[in-house]
Design a protein around this ligand. Structure first.
Ligand code: KQY
Length: 369
């Protein structure tokens, strides 16, 4: 069942639940794209399997893989993880998957945004994205949910919500000329309010330095719970990330959320800085769109984690800050199992654990108060 709805979540009384609310499943996609994943994706695939295995400790996982790679994915993944055949152009399920909304009567529906590979003809990372653009509606068919087709180019990684009326995003991404140049900031706010049923939008200026998504919010901060956020900090004033993190800190420190709260801000250390090594730049199929040069700065962040039921799955990089990040996250989520997964190869593709996952909320999500 997948049927298009011509109303809106706001009109119908549905809202986007926060990531800390109960989840039915998490969806992921199998990485094979040779201009993004070196050596036919073999290093990234191992890390995707490790991420999925960690998530599966608390939540069911569904993978999509195209017909050509279905067998490879099926053999590599534990049997408890479902693999279904569905084509995609790459594997960033946060951005191509459906954004679900729920109501207080135990019903769930899906939003399908328009996807243009992070910038379309102006700034996109591939030249053809039709398969990715079709994933959200197909995903809703599989989960059995009606679909709103939101008239906005948007990726799931460019928004965070607290489930209680507040949405976080960045101007760098949502106001980028490659997304919705015909819409004003107010028009975009209105569409977010209508399709996610939020009341207050908190705009950071920029995302992480050198993030090829044009500054997705999910790579610089995360909502821990309503009124509490985790932000990537930077203490080196010579680092280009410094001014970005300090500006974000200022916005968040002065913000009042939809419920009238000031925010508690938990600072996460910044790994590295990390750069593409010589080996890592080799064995990629050359692309006109994604540039992977030796020495290129990687957009690495511990904020790119997934909250899933009673677990938090976060990326590690083999850096001395990994342990510190784990301690901070464990303190922020005292009731959760905090699981670090080595994710340097996922990072080399341009994102991390939050970007490769998309949660499907339980229908009986808790009511926002
Ligand atoms: O960070 C994300 N949400 C997606 C990153 C896409 C990178 C494509 N190379």
């Amino acid at each position: 069942m997948s049927s298009t709805l011509y109303t809106s979540p706001r009109l119908d009384g549905f809202r986007m639940p926060a990531e800390h609310e109960p989840q039915e499943q998490v969806w992921m996609a199998w990485p094979t794209r040779e201009d993004n994943w070196r050596e036919k994706g073999k290093h990234a695939q191992k890390e995707f399997v490790a991420v999925a295995t960690a998530i599966a400790q608390s939540t069911d996982v569904t993978f999509i893989a195209d017909a050509k790679n279905y067998e490879q994915a099926r053999l590599a993944l534990p049997s408890k993880i479902r693999v279904i055949e569905m084509p995609s152009d790459d594997c960033w399920m946060r951005d191509i998957g459906a954004t679900y909304v729920v109501n207080d009567q135990g019903e769930r529906r899906a939003n399908s945004w328009q996807f243009n590979a992070w910038g379309g003809e102006l700034d996109g990372l591939y030249d053809s994205w039709e398969q990715d653009n079709a994933v959200a509606a197909k995903m809703a068919t599989v989960t059995g949910d009606y679909v709103y087709h939101a008239p906005l180019i948007l990726e799931g990684g460019s928004i965070h919500v607290d489930g209680e009326g507040t949405l976080y995003t960045t101007e760098e991404c949502l106001l980028h000329p490659s997304r919705n140049p015909h819409l004003s900031k107010e028009d975009i706010e209105d569409l977010l309010k209508v399709y996610l049923n939020v009341e207050k939008i908190i705009w950071l200026k920029d995302g992480l330095y050198n993030d090829e998504t044009n500054g997705h919010v999910d790579n610089i901060m995360h909502v821990v719970r309503p009124g509490v956020v985790a932000l990537t900090d930077c203490e080196d004033s010579n680092d280009p990330q410094y001014a970005i993190s300090k500006a974000a800190l200022k916005v968040l420190s002065q913000a009042i959320d939809a419920k009238g709260r000031t925010l508690e801000i938990i600072k996460l250390p910044m790994p590295g800085p990390l750069f593409v090594s010589e080996d890592e730049a080799k064995n990629l199929v050359e692309s006109d769109y994604m540039n992977r040069q030796v020495g290129e700065r990687l957009a690495a962040s511990y904020a790119n984690f997934l909250i899933t039921n009673n677990s938090v799955v976060f990326p590690t990089f083999g850096e001395k800050t990994d342990e510190q990040a784990k301690e901070i996250l464990q303190k922020a989520f005292p009731e959760h199992k905090v699981i670090g997964v080595y994710a340097r190869n996922i990072l080399l593709g341009g994102g991390n654990i939050h970007c490769i996952t998309q949660q499907v909320p339980e229908k009986c999500s808790i009511k926002a108060v």
